[in-house]
Design a protein around this ligand. Structure first.
Ligand code: FAD
Ligand code: UDP
Length: 373
């Protein structure tokens, strides 16, 4: 088959764009990925005990975007799942996002009553406030609480995760886990919170299952011998790598995942336990069966150890949102602009943006509407 489009990367961004082109433009598409599987970082498969695990760390789906929900719902059924996280702070287990139950667990009844009253007066009930905003409070009780949370929940976790001071990061990073004024203990509050019933990889198989789509795995972009034969190339890999790092490397954070199987049905009370303290090297531990509702006499958990990215050693998981990296990104964007008729750069690594799965899908759908259709 002669293909009109080459899509580099079979993750969310690449798969969504491939499907849209195949279906709505009726054009042949070749999708390549250098890994030996589809689904990008959302890849899941059964481990030796038959437990469905996420190879590249736990992936929990949530979205407010109807177009994303409707698109993916054509390819999977869903199991409703609301993610809950407990964090170990001062040797106690508290809900994260930090909420009223966290206050009641950590402080005396008298102190907790006063703190909750001041929070409610300042913000109202059932409101989410980013930690950095809460720290600006003029109210002594609120300010003291905010400083406590920053020190015990955010500072060490953030240092471990990014190896940076929190203020070096875009404030949006810490805002992802705001303080909850109230008792809501869900990690996300999106309208749709669910896991694909048969897993992510099955859903990707459905997305890519179209007569106009061919997938070639274990294939690098630089191994493609005839890139000029395609009408257009859509590249979802790291943008700095594409340009041979000519302006220097864009930094990424990587993670080492440690999978541990236990001969017991459940090990944790909730999907994820966070470990903000420096006494632990890992940031969090997730038990997959909480996410998937799978029945199995054993259970598998995944510990996450953040580390620097090194192209020879590990994979680029997280773009690092700092001012300095934004400046470097602009240089690569300027290069991309010069060749935009032939090649488009789309996705978490190509846009160098900290996208969740739904944002990667939305980016793919929007790119198709604006640039292809
Ligand atoms: P990717 O999934 O990275 O896919 C890009 C693909 O391109 C890869 O498969 C790669 O092998 C391939 N590729 C790159 N360069 C080349 C090349 N030169 N040649 C050939 N192939 C190439 N999001 C959520 O919404 N909820 C979560 O709970 C969540 N948890 C996460 C946990 C971790 C540890 C990580 C790292 C991410 C998490 N995410 C989560 C984010 C989610 O993984 C991304 O939003 C999504 O994977 C982005 O899709 P993508 O297609 O842009 O990129
Ligand atoms: N964070 C933190 N303590 C926590 C949870 C999160 O300091 O207990 C900070 C940390 O900087 C983290 C960011 O908030 O990188 C975003 O957290 P999220 O859980 O959204 O990260 P992701 O799931 O994308 O790794």
């Amino acid at each position: 088959m002669k293909y009109s489009y080459l899509i580099v990367g079979a993750g969310f961004t690449g798969a969504v764009i491939a499907r849209e082109i195949a279906e709505k433009c009726n054009q042949p598409v070749l999708v390549i990925d250098r890994r030996n599987h589809i689904s990008g970082n959302a890849f899941d498969h059964n481990d030796n005990s038959g437990i469905l695990i996420h190879e590249y760390g736990p992936h929990i789906f949530h979205t407010n975007a109807p177009q994303v929900w409707n698109f993916l719902s054509k390819f999977t059924e869903w199991i409703p799942y609301e993610h809950r996280v407990l964090g170990q702070v001062d040797k106690k287990l508290i809900p994260i996002p930090f909420n009223f139950t966290s206050i009641e667990t950590l402080f005396s009844t008298k102190e907790a009553t006063i703190i909750k009253k001041h929070l409610l007066e300042e913000h109202g009930n059932n409101v989410k406030v980013p930690i950095l905003n809460l720290m600006e409070s003029k109210n002594r009780f609120v300010k003291e609480l905010a400083d406590y949370i920053y020190k015990n929940v955010f500072y060490n976790y953030t240092k471990k995760m990014w190896d940076l001071e929190p203020q070096e990061l875009d404030p949006q990073v810490l805002s992802r886990v705001p303080i909850q004024i109230g008792y809501d203990d869900r990690y996300f509050n999106d309208k749709h919170q669910a896991m694909p019933k048969e897993g992510y990889t099955k859903m990707f198989q459905q997305i890519l299952n179209h007569p106009n789509i061919e997938v070639k795995l274990s294939t690098q972009f630089k191994d493609v011998s005839n890139p000029n034969e395609f009408k257009k190339i859509i590249y979802t890999g790291p943008i700095d790598e594409f340009f041979d790092y000519r302006h220097g490397e864009l930094p990424y954070r990587s993670i080492q995942f440690e999978f541990i199987t236990h001969d017991t049905e459940y090990k944790q009370k909730v999907g994820t336990m966070n470990f903000p303290g420096f006494e632990f090297k890992h940031t969090r531990m997730t038990e997959f069966k909480h996410l998937t509702f799978q029945k199995n006499p054993k259970t598998t958990l995944c510990r996450e150890y953040p580390e620097a990215y090194n192209s020879k050693k590990n994979l680029p998981y997280y773009p690092i949102p700092t001012q300095e990296n934004k400046v470097l990104l602009q240089k690569y964007r300027a290069e991309a602009e010069k060749i935009k008729e032939r090649i488009a750069f789309v996705g978490r690594l190509a846009d160098y943006q900290y996208f969740n799965m739904d944002q990667a899908v939305a980016r793919g759908l929007q790119f198709f509407q604006k640039e292809i259709l």
